[in-house]
Write a protein of this length. Structure first.
Length: 337
């Protein structure tokens, strides 16, 4: 997401460079051209940004640009960037990319209140796709394509425009899975394009059932627990129709690895889950060779690992069966293969 701030940096450069040459001389470009006295140059940059309503307390950020960026480019490079409006090319330079990102990340408090209208839709989508493609593992067959990311980034921009309250700081926090930007923007856009939950158990199948299976449930507080056999060991899982999948904890994951039931090849990706307290976490997904329930054997189903989570029997696993229902009066889970 740092790429979307390219326009902010370009904006501050374009506003200030042409104004700064009249100041007293102390800051020099890489080739020795004088730009101006340092503090006055920073002041001009801060004021120019404030004059158009994009914050008036950006001294550290502007100072970082003056100290670390201006001195590393030549005068002719600076003139060329201005003439072509090509400041984004700085991110392609090994000698500048890390410095520019450091200026942003170390001074994010100064930048966080800047409204997103500083960036155009075209620039946002282009840089969003570029940044995503650079971070994605292009060699992974499950990675998103350029078209996928373009659609997701276009969706993100549409949602940003729907709510004019989003700021640059909000978007900078989007990599945090518990941030508003991630929950309200990224997750809905990805979900609109890809229905992961419907596919998670697409390779699962059922065997050994003798007609309709009846699973005896154990009363647990206001709910029920069902006994499953996983990895050759019987475990009780809380029946939770609000849970999307079968959830195990890290202790069971460790036992499955030690017993040789699963290996690295059984890990099929990750997905995001919302806990009861509202926290969103990323969980590993594991394809289990077989799980037994009520005399039926379910092959190749996928479970999610939540380290400190409970043992939950969710609807994603139950939906592998053609029909399931709970008989609360008798304390039975009825499964139709």
């Amino acid at each position: 997401m740092n790429h979307i701030l390219n326009r902010l940096i370009a904006f501050s450069f374009l506003l200030t460079v042409s104004l700064s040459f009249t100041l007293s001389q102390t800051i020099y470009t890489k080739d020795g051209e004088e730009l101006g006295e340092r503090d006055a140059l920073v002041e001009v940059m801060v004021q120019a940004i404030a004059d158009v309503g994009y914050g008036d307390d950006m001294y550290k950020y502007c100072g970082c640009l003056v100290d670390e960026v201006f001195t590393r480019i030549t005068s002719w490079e600076l003139e060329d960037y201005i003439a072509r409006d090509a400041f984004e090319e700085m991110y392609e330079r090994p000698d500048l990319a890390k410095i520019l990102l450091e200026c942003i990340s170390s001074n994010i408090n100064e930048l966080e209140d800047i409204p997103m209208d500083i960036i155009s839709e075209e620039d946002f989508v282009r840089n969003c796709v570029k940044g995503a493609m650079e971070e994605d593992d292009v060699g992974d067959p499950d990675s998103f394509t350029f078209s996928d990311w373009n659609a997701i980034c276009t969706c993100l921009w549409a949602k940003i425009e729907e709510d004019e309250n989003y700021t640059v700081g909000d978007i900078m926090q989007a990599e945090n899975v518990n941030s508003e930007a991630f929950v309200e923007l990224i997750m809905p856009c990805v979900s609109e394009m890809f229905d992961f939950e419907d596919d998670i158990n697409s390779d699962a199948y059922i065997s050994n059932c003798r007609g309709v299976a009846t699973v005896s449930l154990v009363k647990f507080g206001y709910g029920w627990k069902a006994k499953l056999e996983i990895g050759g060991n019987q475990r009780y899982f809380l029946l939770d129709t609000g849970a999307s999948d079968l959830i195990i904890d890290s202790a069971i994951e460790r036992d499955l690895l030690l017993d040789g039931v699963i290996s690295r090849e059984n890990y099929v990706g990750t997905d995001f889950y919302e806990l009861a307290n509202g926290e969103i976490i990323e969980a590993n997904l594991i394809r289990i060779p077989y799980i037994k329930i009520g005399g039926c054997t379910v092959y190749n189903s996928v479970v999610a690992v939540i380290p400190d989570g409970g043992m939950l029997l969710g609807t994603g696993f139950l939906d592998i069966f053609s029909e399931w229902k709970i008989n609360s009066r008798r304390g039975h889970l009825i499964l139709t293969p």
